[in-house]
Design a protein around this ligand. Structure first.
Ligand code: G3P
Ligand code: CA
Length: 241
């Protein structure tokens, strides 16, 4: 049966990538959550999607210009709704800690816009090891060199290539870089590719599926998982399918 992953937490109803959105995903009993990680100016791992603060917080400018202490002064809930005033940008550790007494899968997306070494992969793996999360984590990135680095450090982690444009035999490319799954963009994800990939042992997980008609279509072709901002809606629909 298709697994439901709450994209940036339950981000359709709660501010994305906040503890409130992850708590809601736990309350719903999702199969997995997706979150985005980046480094602060002082090298701490935090959970946020954009490279700038403006869209999701009351701060402005580049994330990388702030230390963790400075970032914690910004509100990450109020722009979504005043009801969530007081939410902050969580550290990766805070999120890992929240999931400790659950068996929910964690898809950690590494946001790394640069080619240079930043140490983000080592820090992420160290914290996953600390929490004993290696076997319940899936690491994805649009930066495939970053995934290769992850594989070279700990080959027990399941890595998944993220990509936007369709290309032939993506499982072959994934295997070359040591990835074991494909995380694919909805408009480029067709049933033939899903069947071929999954037949070869490469689960396909598709993003970001918010419309019921798309959910139903992917449930019918037995895709491994969908990422959705509306996990409650998806779980209800899946039960009825
Ligand atoms: O991991 C799936 C999806 O989150 C990738 O795109 O931009 O939402 O991080 P984005
Ligand atoms: Ca993401």
């Amino acid at each position: 049966m298709t697994k439901i992953f709450a994209h940036r937490g339950s981000s359709g109803t709660h501010p994305e990538n906040t503890l409130a959105a992850f708590r809601e995903a736990i309350r719903l009993g999702v199969d997995g959550i997706e979150l985005d990680i980046q480094l602060t100016k002082d090298g701490e791992l935090v959970v946020i999607h954009d490279y700038t603060l403006d869209r999701t917080t009351d701060g402005t400018g580049k994330l990388l210009d702030y230390t963790l202490e400075e970032l914690k002064t910004f509100d990450a809930g109020i722009k979504f709704s005043p009801e969530f005033t007081g939410e902050t940008i969580p550290t990766f550790r805070e999120v890992l800690s929240l999931f400790q007494n659950t068996d929910i899968k964690l898809n950690v997306e590494i946001k790394k816009p640069v080619k240079e070494e930043t140490g983000i992969e080592e820090k992420m793996i160290q914290q996953l090891e600390e929490f004993n999360y290696i076997n319940r984590s899936i690491i994805s990135s649009f930066n495939h060199e970053s995934l290769q680095k992850v594989v070279s450090i700990n080959n027990n982690l399941e890595c998944a290539i993220l990509y936007m444009k369709k290309f032939a035999n993506p499982w072959e490319y994934a295997a070359e870089i040591g990835a074991k799954a494909l995380h694919t963009y909805r408009p480029e994800t067709d049933s033939k590719m899903v069947a071929e990939a999954q037949h070869r042992g490469f689960p396909v997980r598709v993003f970001t599926i918010n419309k019921e008609e798309d959910m139903t279509r992917f449930f019918e072709i037995k895709i491994a998982a969908i990422f959705t901002d509306y996990p409650e809606k998806a779980m209800k629909l899946l039960k009825e399918t």
